[in-house]
Write a protein that binds this ligand. Structure first.
Ligand SMILES: O=C(O)CCC(=O)C(=O)O
Length: 230
């Protein structure tokens, strides 16, 4: 585990670690196909906290290599604060705006005691709406944000009024079964799926004990997945 947090944060200068395996590509793609079939009728784009109800997501947040990578950066005691399944349907306008996972109207996460993971359930490509991130943007700290309401999401949105520009962002295509870890302050977004197939991804916010400041008392308590400190 990283014992002394540097000014770069728990994931180093870029604020991001990629190439973490959470599933085989074949099993992840099969899961994506099942989720697409399940949600196609209503074209549902967002499923909140699937780890609390769906067995596949319960297992995904506990995938051994993913959990080991999380424990490496935030320590042995790990809980899931929130999960967010996003299905991007082909040719259907749906952008997730620039935001930081560690702050919204519900919670503020301590960036030294939290990390978010984004799991490619299907393959994620530039055409089908993979994530884009601004490497090193954790150095800005938490930015002012506004509530995103277009899709009813409880996600904060980095406020363009800060004068910050996003020119230097990097696309992060990812193979199904692979995950990336992000500093809770890292600015990221995803674009519309312009391909012919659906894109499926699972966002997980992991926390260590004391890593969550809950602004909304109604918001669910973190769900412990590893360690004894809960
Ligand atoms: O899956 C996506 O396209 C974006 C998800 C995301 O950034 C989030 O849930 O924080």
């Amino acid at each position: 585990m990283t014992s002394v947090t540097s000014a770069d944060g728990i994931l180093g200068r870029r604020g991001l670690r990629t190439g973490v395996k959470w599933s085989t590509p074949a099993a992840a793609r099969a899961r994506a196909a099942q989720l697409v079939a399940e949600h196609r009728a209503r074209h549902q784009e967002i499923v909140r906290n699937p780890h609390l109800g769906a067995e596949w997501a319960r297992e995904a947040v506990r995938a051994p290599k993913l959990l080991a990578a999380v424990q490496d950066v935030i320590g042995p005691d790990v809980a899931v604060e929130n999960t967010f399944l996003v299905v991007k349907w082909p040719h259907r306008a749906f952008e997730v705006p620039w935001h930081q996972d560690g702050i919204d109207t519900r919670v503020e996460l301590d960036p030294d005691r939290s990390v978010s993971a984004w799991l490619a359930v299907s393959d994620a490509t530039v055409d089908n709406g993979c994530l884009h991130a601004v490497f090193g943007s954790q150095h800005f700290g938490y930015l002012p944000f506004s509530s995103e309401d277009e899709h009813g999401a409880e996600r904060g949105r980095a406020d363009q009024a800060t004068g910050f520009t996003y020119d230097a962002s990097t696309a992060l295509p990812l193979r199904a079964g692979t995950a990336l870890l992000m500093d809770s302050r890292l600015l990221h977004r995803s674009g519309t799926n312009t391909s012919d197939g659906a894109r499926v991804g699972l966002n997980i916010r992991y926390v260590a004990p004391g890593g969550v400041l809950r602004r909304d008392p109604q918001s669910p308590s973190p769900d412990p997945v590893a360690g004894t400190g809960w």
